[in-house]
Design a protein around this ligand. Sequence first.
Ligand SMILES: [Zn+2]
Length: 240
Amino acid sequence: MALEYKATDLPGKILYPKEFSIQIRSITPIEQKYILSLSQKEQKTNRDYVEFLKKLVMIDNPQMTFEELYWFDVQYLLYRIRYLTYPKHPIKLGFKCQNCGEPVEQALDMGALEIDTPENVQTTITLDNLGEFKIRNKLMQDDITIEEFSKKMNFDMEDLQLRLLLLDLCLISDNGRKIEELYSLAEQGEITADDIFKVEKWFETNIWGVKERVNITCPHCQKEASRGYLLSIEDFFSIV
Ligand SMILES: [Zn+2]
């Protein structure tokens, strides 16, 4: 039997300059095994998951690549694929009632996912010395990843502040400039500390995402509450 694809919408649809539509398919049992083995692999990277997800997504415009999708759309696709694969097995979330302390179980209704959308999406940022930069909010597709760049420069991979700085630089690295060039501009002070602050601020206010909150009513004391949850990629593809 041929694998069946289903059309899906994307929350960020209006933001793309290219026209395209997307179809997704469910995960086969063999692929399910692959996901589980990947979750046990020690040296896995996001790239491993991205390569896998790409196989489940069909884009009808050859000019548009998976890597150009905004991250929040990829996140949304993850939920849709999970829902398509196990429609009868919603993810069950476990909470402890903050009122009476009893355990509460809630099924995640993936058919009714809500998206957090910023009110005005800003796509450019003006840097102090370098002027207007297009901000990018997409998967890393640089010729060099942050990991490889850090190795090349002999950076301490455990240095969290440095990693955050590199991530911020990646967000502005598609005005034809590469991460290496931007890093040296930051070293020379051409990119200022204030610029980095602006990038961080952008990230906080402009990121879209699936609303990872559910409303729960405790079956023991009837108290209602809204609780946040966070699912790992392994959770997505296991029947829980
Ligand atoms: Zn309760």
